[in-house]
Design a protein around this ligand. Structure first.
Ligand code: NAD
Length: 400
């Protein structure tokens, strides 16, 4: 079977297993070049199949030889469907993570559900005994209420006035206006329910009740703050409200972990990178393209895995923590430096809609989006057949 990208309304509807595999190999090899550090032995990553969660899993499995459990919501191939990129990332991780005497387990299914939490608890009690670090890296558009069965959807909206920004069609590279309307109270509440801190709290509660957290256990979740140009839609919008809730949850979890385990709960603000969602947030594609352009030229552009490796080596388990007045770890200090922000802002103002496609930063942003789904990877021969069934057969996971 040959697979070429299928993109509808800027959304990839398929993925390329070999391309995903190549990019996981690259991430693993990049961390192998870094120095090892003393970190957690047993790690649970919730949302570890792509983006920041996958980068975290690789950073910790390679960087400090950790055992990992990954919970992710991914589908395998079925009929003409190729399977999701996260599914193939998981399969590639399992195939290439050649750490010695380590255990890496994948659970596929809904992290919000009670069944998933119970299955992970049972496995961890049996195989790990205790967990040293819990990473919460879920990004989802919907959450099924585990008690009522109701499905709640998050909304990318502003608060109050409509906000107009730009987005890019990644197929023909044209710029379009994108308007987000003001959210009502229910939409804010729903977005906080899906993307806020309550499920993270549920995970820590069930792990605590089952005595699964080790002495000095830590937990961390990822937030985004961003600069002035994305403020109206991100930080001052529904997603920002959800992130405020996530950050507030850290305080509660920190008290629990500190008192009972001499541990800690942390929240870290990561830099903006290309993800499935970034294209639907007005201004975000233009901002990320210009930001990449500036950060590459300034010599401060990091790979996603390099970013997370630095988080754990220097800031979570090291002595170089950068903390702001709200207690958040500011891993995004390079993105948000005055120099980078000023240059990004002036580039955004200067560049015309027609010129965007010629920016090196834009090309990198679009390449990242294709790469996320296994496409446009220089190491893949896309004319070659992919034996999806065979790849699927050798990947071992538990579906809940
Ligand atoms: P992503 O889409 O690449 O990954 C999301 C992960 O969540 C995947 O592993 C997916 O399988 C999992 N997931 C989604 N729904 C699930 C469910 N119901 N059950 C189990 N797993 C589920 O997202 P990302 O960009 O890596 O974002 C991860 C976190 O980092 C989010 O909290 C996001 O807000 C934050 N963050 C992202 C950026 C950015 O620019 N991408 C910047 C700062 C912070």
């Amino acid at each position: 079977m040959k697979i070429s990208p299928s993109i509808r309304n800027n959304l990839f509807t398929n993925s390329h297993p070999t391309g995903c595999e190549m990019s996981v190999i690259d991430q693993i090899n990049n961390i192998k070049k870094e120095v090892a550090f003393d970190g957690p032995k047993n790690v649970l990553v919730i949302g570890g199949s792509s983006g920041y969660g996958l980068a975290t899993r690789i950073g910790l499995a390679v960087g400090c030889n950790a055992n990992t459990i990954n919970v992710s919501f991914e589908s395998g191939p079925k009929g003409k469907r190729s399977g999701t990129a996260g599914f193939w990332n998981n399969a590639a991780f399992q195939k290439h993570i050649s750490t010695k005497n380590n255990t890496h387990k994948d659970f596929l299914g809904d992290a919000f559900s009670n069944e998933m939490k119970e299955a992970v608890v049972a496995y961890a009690l049996r195989e790990f005994g205790t967990i040293d670090l819990v990473v919460y890296s879920v990004a989802s558009g919907a959450r099924k209420n585990a008690d009522t069965g109701e499905v709640v959807f998050s909304k990318i909206k502003s608060l109050g006035k409509d906000v107009i920004g730009k987005t890019v069609d990644i197929v023909d590279n044209t710029v379009h206006e994108l308007t987000v309307t003001g959210a009502d109270e229910q939409e804010i509440k729903d977005t906080v329910y899906v993307m806020g801190g309550s499920d993270w709290k549920n995970w820590i509660t069930i792990l605590d009740k089952n005595n699964l957290l080790s002495e000095q256990a830590k937990t961390i979740a990822y937030t985004y703050i961003g600069g002035e140009t994305t403020k109206a839609i991100y930080r001052d919008g529904t997603l920002g409200k959800a992130k405020e809730d996530l950050e507030e949850t850290t305080k509660y979890l920190n008290q629990l972990l500190e008192a009972k385990y001499h541990g800690e709960a942390l929240v870290s603000s990561s830099k903006a990178v290309a993800t499935k969602a970034s294209i639907y947030i007005p201004q975000m594609p233009i901002y990320v393209a210009c930001l990449y352009d500036v950060m590459v030229k300034e010599g401060v552009h990091e790979t996603i895995e390099g970013h997370k490796y630095r988080l754990f080596k220097d800031m979570v388990y090291g002595s170089k923590r950068i903390i702001d007045e709200k207690g958040r770890i500011r891993l995004d200090h390079l993105e948000l430096s005055d120099a980078v922000q000023d240059k990004t802002k002036s580039l955004m103002m200067q560049v015309t809609d027609a010129e965007i496609k010629d920016l090196d930063g834009y090309k990198l942003f679009v390449k990242d989006l294709y790469n996320l789904n296994g496409f446009r990877n220089d190491k893949v021969v896309y004319d070659a057949d992919v034996n999806i069934e065979e790849l699927n057969r050798v990947y071992d996971y538990t579906r809940i």
